[in-house]
Each structure stands twice: as C-alpha cells, then as structure tokens.
Design a protein around this ligand. Structure first.
Ligand SMILES: Nc1ncnc2c1ncn2[C@@H]1O[C@H](COP(=O)(O)OP(=O)(O)OP(=O)(O)O)[C@@H](O)[C@H]1O
Ligand SMILES: [Mg+2]
Length: 349
C-alpha cells in the first residue's frame, strides 16, 4: 500500500499566528516523521510525506494513497486535532487513529469527563471555569475538597501546569485560575480534586476488542511519589526525574482495574487503532481517569507509547506495523467488499 503521513512540525508553530509558543511541544519533529517512514517501509509499504492542510490536499490530489498515517495535531481551535481527519473523511481516504468526533471530544478534558461519567468511569469531581467570578461560586458551593488540581481544559503536554497547579486553599485556587486565564485567553480551566496515588499511563491498541499494549508507571529518582505530578520541565527532561516502569509494579487486582478502566474509556469514546489513557489512584485506592490521548506522541525513545512498547519488547517499527494492522483490519471490517490489502501484503504488516 501507499501510506501517506500527515503531520504538523514543531517548527510550524513559530510561523503560525495566534498559537501559544508552548504548543510546539505537541507538534512533531522531522525525526519522528522519518521514523514512522521506516516503520511503514518495514511493514512492507511505501510511505508518502503529505504534511498538513492545503499542502496535504494538493499532494493527495497529485499522488493518491491507500491509507493515511495521521499524526497531525492541527492548528486552531478546540477541534484542531480533527482538521486533517475531517479533510480525509471528505475526500474518502481512510486514516489511522480515531475519527473527528473522538479526537475533538478528547481534546476537551471537561467534556470527556462528562461523557465518561455517563459510562460509570471513575474520575475526580470537577468544575470548569472561564472567568474569575465562577471561582467564587465554586468556593461558596463547597463541593470540591482540597487539595485541587488546576489545568487548562483543552491543552496537552502539561501546558499550563507548574509547581502551583496543586492548590490547597481558596487563595491559591483564585491565583492559579487567574494565571491560567491570563496565559491562555479564551480557554476554559478545569479544576478537579487532586489524585494522591500512583500515576499510570496505559497504551491500548486495536478496535472492537482492543488489547492493552502496556501499563506504565515510574520510580522517582529523587523525592517521594506523594504529591508528585508532571510539569513541562519533567516531561521534557524525564530521564533526570523518573525511571519508567512497564509493566508497572501493581497487584493483580490493581492491574485488572487499571486495564478495565483504560479499555472502558477507549470503547466508550469509540477510539480507534491506538490511544493512551492517563490515570492515577484516588484516595480510596481506585484508579481514576485524568485524560485520554487518542493522538498520543510517537517520538521514538521519548513519548510514552514508544517507550512503553520498547519496554514490552516491541520495536518502534513493529509498533508502527501494529497500528497500521489495526487500521487495516478495521477498515476491511467496515468495507468487506473492497479489502484494502491482499493476503500476501497482510502477512507483512
Ligand atoms: N487531578 C489530578 N491529580 C493529580 N495530578 C494531576 C491531576 N490532573 C493532572 N495531573 C498531573 O498533571 C499531568 C498532566 O495532566 P494531564 O495528563 O491531564 O494533561 P496533559 O497535559 O494533556 O498531559 P499529556 O502530556 O499526557 O498530554 C498528569 O500527568 C499528572 O501528573
Ligand atoms: Mg496526560
């Protein structure tokens, strides 16, 4: 198959107007695109670089592809991750990972929690605000128990998270919300109860009956896990702070609950092919949902999914092959009359 790759490079952020500079962390490097190309070749296919937006459309018109490996984060708005998938849907071209609805929803942490609560998924009590007056309403309501955690509702890569994100009193809450509203104008801010237990991230791969790729946690190199949380500094230089551990050191019961939560979230949001679910244990020792990344980072040796795969004995190339295989099986199941690959090709993915 000819497999196109759609992506946004971190270097684009500098030239695109009105995008917070720390969003560059969300975008990809040329090295990641090259590594995905190697994975596509190793799986027996031909990679085609498409880039993003109008350029990608022009290239797709010149050079049709059978499938798109989509890692484009998109440029503007709350539904930005759906921009490339929406174009591909319009052009009738199949692509890897989740569809427009799941990608848009997952980018809004507050709305995702609302949907998941309908499915009985455990997640911290929360409020979302977009102005300081609403903070006073929350304080007066007394419905959230300190300590709380304050983060932008529609960003990733720990954007807007710093040493003051865990707040222990009304004044700290007012200050932190004020800072985020100033730093990310027009955004909504999620205030939720702080999860004091261990942090775990789970890779899920597949479709109807998805499999767990890995359940990853970490050991801290310094300090105790109590009150630890990821800031951008720790995400960037994690080797200085943590040692990833996959499979995580959990009891069989904890592992089962973590697995059920991750797969439950993946299915409830109708995710496709692969996604990463972040959770922590709550004060009752139950895993509790923080957020899902249906377009999880694929930087080799850096992002959680490739690191997790490596620790589980799956090479980067094989990981890309598994994602392509999941997409191909899904698309074949949706359109049985026009299977995408021959049996010989299938043997190579
Ligand atoms: N309710 C919470 N209680 C404790 N820590 C939290 C809570 N919410 C977020 N955190 C900490 O902040 C980090 C970033 O939060 P979260 O995963 O929700 O956002 P993100 O920036 O989108 O993450 P990613 O980089 O995975 O896309 C978490 O990994 C965790 O360490
Ligand atoms: Mg996260």
């Amino acid at each position: 198959m000819r497999i196109g790759i759609t992506y946004n490079l971190s270097t684009e952020v500098a030239t695109a107007e009105g995008i917070p500079s720390d969003r560059a962390d969300e975008f990809d490097s040329l090295e990641t695109v090259r590594n995905i190309e190697k994975g596509i070749i190793a799986a027996g296919h031909e990679p085609v670089r498409l880039g993003f937006g109008l350029d990608a459309i022009a290239r797709l018109k010149r050079q049709p592809v059978d499938l798109v490996f989509n890692i484009a984060e998109g440029l503007y708005g709350r539904a930005r991750e759906s921009q490339m998938p929406a174009i591909l849907d319009m052009m009738g071209i199949p692509y890897t990972f989740s569809d427009t609805l799941a990608l848009s929803l997952a980018l809004d942490k507050t709305m995702t929690k609302q949907v998941l609560m309908q499915h009985g998924i455990n997640t911290p009590a929360f409020w979302s605000v977009d102005n300081p007056v609403q903070v006073e309403t929350i304080i007066q309501s007394g419905t959230l128990k300190y300590p709380l955690f304050v983060k932008p509702s529609c960003e990733g890569s720990s954007m807007g998270i710093n040493d003051n994100s865990r707040v222990a009193c009304d004044d700290e809450l007012r200050n932190q919300v004020g800072e985020l509203l100033a730093a990310y104008p027009g955004s909504s801010i999620l205030i939720e109860e702080f999860l004091p237990g261990r942090e775990v991230t789970v890779g899920v791969i597949g479709n109807r009956e998805p499999e767990v790729l890995g359940v990853m946690s970490f050991k801290l190199l310094n300090g105790t896990e109590k009150d630890f949380f990821y800031t951008p500094e720790i995400k960037h230089h994690w080797e200085k702070y943590i040692v990833p551990e996959c499979p995580a050191d959990l009891t069989a019961d904890e592992y089962q609950k973590v697995r059920n939560l991750a797969v439950g979230v993946f299915k409830a949001l109708h995710c496709r092919d692969c996604a990463r679910i972040d959770m922590r244990f709550d004060a009752n020792g139950e895993p509790s949902f923080m957020e899902i990344n249906p377009l999880a980072g694929l930087a080799k040796g850096k992002s959680d999914i490739p690191v997790m795969a490596e620790l589980m004995g799956l090479s980067y190339e094989d990981l890309i092959g598994r994602i392509i295989q999941a997409a191909v099986e899904r698309i074949d199941a949706e359109r049985p009359e026009t299977t995408m690959v021959t049996e010989a090709q299938r043997a190579t993915v």
